[in-house]
Structure formats: structure tokens, C-alpha cells
Design a protein around this ligand. Structure first.
Ligand SMILES: *Cc1c(COP(=O)(O)O)cnc(C)c1O
Length: 461
């Protein structure tokens, strides 16, 4: 028995033979010979293990080719790759949140492929600061006196709390003591920053007098946090920004807001209600506000701190700022995005354009896609249906967006779940929604050019 096993292991083709095969050449060119060797070593070890445990495996070169080719193909493909979002969730955190606009992509390409004045003041011929390139335009679109950018909004909140309130008390309503997801929990961030959280009010109701009563000698800040993916309805109340601001300023405190999503236009421009835009928050007396660049703003991942000049200036020299600093590609994309806001070219920003899509355009796209899919779906039932889309990214959770979609059911290949898993495995993976027994493609988040890829995927099925 042992002899037989030893004999079989000996017949496994050697590394030299494998590496000479024509079907390994592309992988060797793409990944390098050493990586391919390492992959084969791992696969051959598994094979030997199987043989030793008594399995009857085929170790011929032809049989090895079948398995190893699949492994190599998977490795040659980039791990991070584009996919199609047919979920109707516009700011889908798992799918990379916002797509960049064309001008933003062009700006990234030109700055990334050349030297730039990232930290150089061309007028005076001396060292400059990377933040200077966007401060003026950010102030123009938000109405803030000064601004600063860091790696993301979590970093912005952390920087502000640790710089402005380390060792002192920050007052926050219990109704805003939230977890945003991805382990960003307000109490934890507060603890990490060294600020002391003082909770006031109740989950559903907090009054101005609750804030007033909590202010003590060691209080430095009143904080407001956007509850993001969470909404309370019914018997609820919280004081207005203007009231909290008056109280803070009477007592010599800072009023800070973590706005989460960076809404730079009035909500009505996007057909949304109940969201306060950044300029409005600042106008109502917020001293310093932080928000993300890649949520409702529709730009790259970045965190903005905007507000009173004296406060923003006090953050500039902090060592932690260096650890949170923004890359040149991000700055380029962000500047280009902000310029689109200055021009009010909202429909050039994909996130805003998807939120602003008209009923007719989505209905027409759903009808077009359905007609194409009927031809390649093996007699499945393909229907145009009304769907509920979502803003995502923690904005307007209670406010579904009315959209249109294509429902596919009764596919000869099997259930909607099975179909969904096949579409996820497509060369450009496609993520769909589902309803009852049907697979649903929401068209709000699909570009016209995505339709061809979807039709191809259904054709290959
Ligand atoms: C999303 C969000 C954050 C985290 O922002 P990132 O840019 O993802 O770091 C923080 N606070 C609120 C209220 C948010 O909605």
C-alpha cells in the first residue's frame, strides 16, 4: 500500500515540466516565474496530501492542466476589480461608494503621471502646503471661513475631538449616540480621542435644558452627530442647531457637527427631504463641521473639516494630521469634483446624477434592458417593475427612492439565488437585488454601457 502511494507521488509531473507547458506562459509573464512556482508548490502539496490520505486522484499532466489553469486564471485577474451595481443603492459602501466624475478622473490621471505643485508655492518659489489647493473652493461652496482635509470623515472627527477636547467633556444627545457601521461607534471614537463623553437626554427626546444642565467647568464642546443609517420617528424631539449654537456660544464652548454625508446642495435639488446641507448647518451657528467626500458629495474618499477660521487654524500643526494626510490623487479628484459644484454641473457627478434620475429615463432603460434580456434568457419571465431604490451611505434611510427595475424569474437554470451567484461570478461581477422568487436589476445605478455587459452575462449563462 505504502509502496503504491509512493509510486503514485513519484508520477506527479515535476516543476520543470509544469513550467515548460504552454498554458503556464501567460501566468509566468503576468505574475513572474517565482510566483507561479509558489502557486504550483501549494497545489502539488495539496495533491500529495490527498494521495497520502488514500484518495484516488488523477495526476496526469492533462488532469493537472484542468485544475491548475483555473487557479492561474484566477490569480492573473486583479483582485480589486470593477463590477456592476444593479442593487439601486446609490452610495453602496461595499461597492466603493461614489464613482468619480470624468473631470475628476482626468485630474487624477494628469497629476499621477507627472510631477506637480502638490507642496510647492509656485508664486513665491518656496515650499507650499497640499491643503491650499482646495481650501478656497471648499470655502466657496460651503460658506466656511476655513477648511482642512484628511483621509476620511472618521479621521476628521478623531482629529477634531482629540485636538479640541482631549481631557475635557463633550456633551452629546443619547439620540445621537450611534454606530455608523464598520466599527465607527461614537463612544469608542470619543474614548480613543481622549475626550470624555457626557450623555444627555433620552433616546427619543433631548431638550435644550438637558444640554444646559450638563455643561460644567470642564466642558469644551457640544457635539451633534448625524444618525446616518438610523431614524427615529414618533414621539421625538431635539433642539434646533441655532438653539444649541446660542447655548454653546453663551458658555464659551465649541459647537461641532459630524454631518456624515457631505450634502453640498439643498436636498430639494436631489429630491430629498429631511437632510440639512453643509452650508445651512454652518449658517445656523455650527462652529466646525466634518463630512465625507465619497458619500452624497460624490467625490473620492476624503474627510473635510470646515468652519470658523480660528478653530480650523488650531488644527493645522497637529502631528496626527500628518498621519491622516491626503494623497495627491485624492486631492486632484476632490478639487475637480468641488469645481463641478461651483459650476452647478451636478449631473456630471455620477452620485448626484443617479439620485436625480427621472422616472421616464429609468422606465425607458428598464424597458430597453428587459427587451434585450428576453432574447437571451431561455424563456425566463422578464418583466419591467417598480422598485424601491436607496440613497445608501447612511443618508435618508427612511426615504426609499422610487425607481424601475427588471425582474427575472422562472429561469431554466434555477432559482433567483442560483442566478445571482452565477452573475457574481461573471468576469465583470454583477450584484442584483431580489424580490420574492425573482432576481431584480435596478436600473438607477446602471450606466447605459453596463447593459451590454449584463446581456453578455445572461448570454453566457
Ligand atoms: C459615514 C460616517 C462617518 C465615517 O465617515 P468615513 O468617511 O467613512 O470615514 C462618520 N460619521 C457619520 C455620521 C457618518 O455617516
Amino acid at each position: 500500500m505504502i509502496e503504491k502511494i509512493k509510486q503514485k507521488i513519484k508520477t506527479i509531473p515535476g516543476m520543470d515540466i509544469l513550467l515548460e507547458q504552454e498554458w503556464t506562459k501567460n501566468a509566468q509573464a503576468e505574475l513572474g516565474r517565482d510566483t507561479v512556482k509558489r502557486i504550483f508548490n501549494e497545489e502539488l502539496a495539496k495533491l500529495r496530501h490527498l494521495i497520502l490520505s488514500g484518495s484516488d486522484v488523477d495526476v496526469s499532466l492533462d488532469s493537472l492542466k484542468l485544475t491548475l489553469e483555473v487557479v492561474l486564471r484566477e490569480q492573473v485577474r486583479p483582485r480589486l476589480r470593477p463590477m456592476l451595481n444593479a442593487t439601486g443603492v446609490v452610495i453602496h459602501t461595499n461597492l466603493g461608494r461614489s464613482q468619480l466624475s470624468k473631470p475628476a478622473i482626468e485630474a487624477v490621471t494628469s497629476v499621477a503621471s507627472s510631477y506637480s505643485n502638490l507642496e510647492y508655492n509656485l508664486k513665491e518659489g518656496v515650499r507650499g502646503h497640499r491643503n491650499e489647493h482646495i481650501e478656497t473652493s471648499l470655502c466657496a461652496v460651503t460658506g466656511a471661513e476655513a477648511s482642512l482635509v484628511v483621509n476620511n470623515n472618521a479621521g476628521a472627527v478623531l482629529l477634531c475631538l482629540s485636538a479640541l477636547s482631549r481631557g475635557s467633556e463633550v456633551v452629546l444627545s443619547r439620540g445621537e449616540l450611534v454606530e455608523i457601521g464598520g466599527s465607527f461607534r461614537i463612544p469608542d471614537i470619543m474614548e480613543f480621542s481622549g475626550a470624555k463623553l457626557v450623555e444627555v437626554g433620552t433616546t427619543n427626546r433631548t431638550h435644550l435644558k438637558d444640554y444646559a444642565r450638563a455643561i460644567g467647568e470642564n466642558t469644551s464642546m457640544l457635539l451633534k452627530v448625524h444618525p446616518s443609517n438610523f431614524r427615529m420617528t414618533g414621539f421625538t424631539t431635539s433642539p434646533s442647531r441655532a438653539d444649541i449654537a446660542s447655548l454653546a456660544h453663551e458658555r464659551g464652548l465649541i459647537f461641532m457637527e459630524d454631518a456624515g454625508s457631505g450634502l453640498l446642495v439643498e436636498g430639494s435639488e436631489l429630491g430629498l427631504s429631511g437632510e440639512t446641507d453643509i452650508a445651512e448647518s454652518l449658517r445656523s451657528g455650527v462652529d466646525i463641521i466634518t463630512f465625507s467626500g465619497d458619500k452624497m458629495l460624490g467625490g473620492p474618499q476624503i474627510g473635510v473639516i470646515a468652519g470658523k477660521k480660528a478653530i480650523v487654524d488650531s488644527l493645522r500643526g497637529r502631528p496626527v494630521l500628518r498621519a491622516l494626510r491626503v494623497d495627491k490623487m485624492t486631492l486632484a479628484a476632490f478639487e475637480a469634483t468641488i469645481r463641478l459644484y461651483m459650476k452647478k454641473s451636478y449631473d456630471e457627478i455620477p452620485t448626484l446624477a443617479m439620485l436625480r434620475r427621472t422616472d421616464e429615463s429609468m422606465k425607458a432603460q428598464a424597458a430597453r434592458l428587459a427587451a434585450k434580456l428576453r432574447k437571451v434568457s431561455g424563456g425566463a419571465n422578464v418583466a419591467v417593475i417598480r422598485v424601491d431604490d436607496a440613497v445608501g451611505g447612511g443618508s435618508c434611510p427612511e426615504q426609499p427612492l422610487r425607481g424601475w427595475g427588471v425582474a427575472v424569474s422562472g429561469h431554466p437554470l434555477g432559482s433567483a439565488g442560483h442566478l445571482a451567484s452565477i452573475l457574481r461570478a461573471h468576469s465583470t461581477p454583477i450584484l442584483c437585488g431580489a424580490r420574492d422568487e425573482a432576481l431584480v436589476l435596478h436600473v438607477r445605478t446602471l450606466r447605459v454601457e453596463d447593459e451590454r455587459e449584463i446581456v453578455r452575462a445572461f448570454g453566457e449563462i
